[in-house]
Design a protein around this ligand. Structure first.
Ligand SMILES: *Cc1c(COP(=O)(O)O)cnc(C)c1O
Length: 500
């Protein structure tokens, strides 16, 4: 039977393009107003239960008018962000994004480029951005790299290449082709994504040796050396050392020169997790301390953290482009490059990483770097570092506050400590204090445990932060802490609201 089209054909473009224009202009107006005045909003707003219920509704079977959808967005989604666009957001390590970055994402959305294959502009932009990233880290022009979703995947990508370099036949035979169990080394303060990386590359997280740190939270070099010796004597095969350029807890920078030297002596891969800290390279005072990044075999860093770009975008760079390519390149009929036509042009980017389809994340990087130029980023990062040192000084000067780790970069760990409480009580007090500070929308730092002590932790990768915002957080901490101590006294030296 001949197939005929009996119904009118359909598509997903609007019936009236003017609707998109009207809504689009409205969105731009609203969003500019929203971002411009973001600091007037609470640093965080709890999501009401009835709003959470909205997100349990079933899959729509029929369409809704776009203006209604936008109203729903404004009512139930826009008011409740985590807050990393806010000048008083200091939680985890999250970047702020920029207005132009948002427009770049809109433009990338319009082009809807799959930045993987084909002779298309997106691939040239992507390549230029990688070249700029190499300049940023002072990597050689013949090195290589790839933009990925973030630091986690950047680190995993680095470790895949490290593994495939030590095991010649890893692509076919896997880790079974090694002459023993592979071991990698990092400090106990290393981000958990490297544990995941160890799992993914098949060595298992037990074979990622977590070396103790000193009181500045830097890897203990002697302990590292002796662990490598011990492992070799037992038949393990050390293949990689991972250095931290800025740990997530405190911003500590490992002694990278020492790690580099050990890696060279052992003839093994040296990878650096510089998720945010590698960018401190742009601040003159940190250039020497981070110089070893230039000598490492690979470095992972995020552009969505301390380059203030929109989520998601991270990067990993390699010295040895051939090793990088060898780990991922496969020749398949449907991806081979042609001499001309759409399939001409650059090699598929999928030959350099795990992903095939990938968005045009390079565009926001390209536009942002052009908009501000490197000098501005350098000043911005230096400003955040100076703000962290300022906050650290405040924590030292206020008698009710205690600075819990030396400030070395952009992270400040402190707690409220009136002096009369034991560790457990302080932990409970500070956790409650933090939650109240969030709920009151005063500021949004986060938390961590340092040597068993619960600390309030502020990571400043925020271009909207000014000194006054830090002062407000400090004042809020003391105010809530004092109020809690009154409750504490009333309860006969026992908090009953919470346990850690
Ligand atoms: C954030 C972070 C990561 C993970 O990066 P994502 O972009 O969140 O995947 C890894 N290491 C450190 C030190 C980090 O701060």
């Amino acid at each position: 039977m001949e197939k005929t089209i009996t119904k009118p054909e359909i598509g997903l473009d609007p019936a009236d393009w003017n609707d998109i224009k009207t809504l689009g202009y409205q969105i731009i107006d609203d969003m500019v107003g929203y971002l411009k005045n973001i600091g007037d909003r609470p640093a965080w707003t709890p999501i009401p239960q009835q709003v959470k219920e909205e997100f349990k509704k079933p899959l729509p079977q029929t369409g809704t008018d776009i203006f209604t959808i936008y109203e729903e967005f404004k009512q139930n989604i826009l008011p409740y962000p985590a807050g990393n666009i806010h000048p008083k957001f200091f939680a985890w390590v999250q970047g702020t994004g920029t207005p132009m970055g948002a427009l770049a994402d809109l433009l990338a959305g319009v082009m809807n480029s799959n930045a993987t294959i084909g002779d298309q502009s997106a691939l040239y932009v992507d390549k230029q951005v990688i070249d700029w990233c190499k300049e940023l880290m002072n990597y050689p022009a013949d090195g290589s790299g790839i933009l990925v979703s973030g630091g986690s995947i950047a680190n995993i990508t680095g470790l895949i290449v490290a593994r495939n370099t030590i095991i010649a036949n890893a692509k076919n035979a896997g880790v079974y082709a090694a002459n023993g169990k592979l071991t990698a080394y990092c400090s106990s303060e290393t981000h958990n994504c490297l544990g995941k990386a160890a799992e993914v590359i098949g060595i298992g997280s037990d074979q990622l040796r977590k070396i103790p740190v000193d009181k500045r939270f830097q890897i203990d070099i002697e302990a590292l050396k002796s662990k490598i010796r011990e492992d070799k004597a037992k038949g393990f095969i050390p293949f990689c050392i991972i250095g931290n350029a800025g740990t997530v807890n405190t911003g500590a920078i490992d002694p990278l020169d020492d790690l580099l030297q050990i890696a060279r002596e052992e003839n093994i891969w040296f990878h650096i997790d510089g998720a945010f800290g590698a960018l401190a390279k742009l601040s003159p005072a940190y250039q020497q301390q981070l110089k070893a990044i230039e000598q490492a075999d690979s470095v992972a860093f995020d552009l969505h953290k301390w380059m203030y770009m929109q989520y998601e975008v991270g990067c990993v760079l390699f010295k040895n482009a051939a090793a990088h390519r060898a780990a991922f390149a496969t020749a398949v009929n449907y991806l081979t490059a042609h001499e001309r036509g759409l399939a001409g042009g650059p090699e598929t980017i999928s030959n350099y990483g795990m992903e095939l389809s990938r968005g045009f994340k390079a565009l926001k990087v390209w536009m942002s770097l052009k908009e501000h130029g490197l000098e501005k980023y350098s000043e911005m990062i230096t400003q955040n570092i100076n703000q962290a040192f300022y906050l650290g000084e405040q924590a030292k000067q206020h008698t009710q506050l205690e600075l819990m780790a030396e400030v070395t970069m952009n992270i400040v760990c402190f707690r409220f400590n009136p002096g009369s409480l034991d560790t457990e009580q302080l932990n409970i007090l500070n956790k409650e204090l933090l939650m109240r500070m969030h709920e009151a929308g005063i500021a949004a730092p986060s938390y961590t445990l340092l040597n068993g002590n619960y600390v309030i932790r502020a990571a400043i990768t925020n271009h909207r932060t000014r000194k006054v915002h830090l002062d407000e957080m400090v004042a809020g901490t003391i105010r809530i802490g004092d109020a809690l101590m009154k409750e504490f006294d009333a309860k006969l030296f026992k908090f009953d609201f919470l346990t850690l």
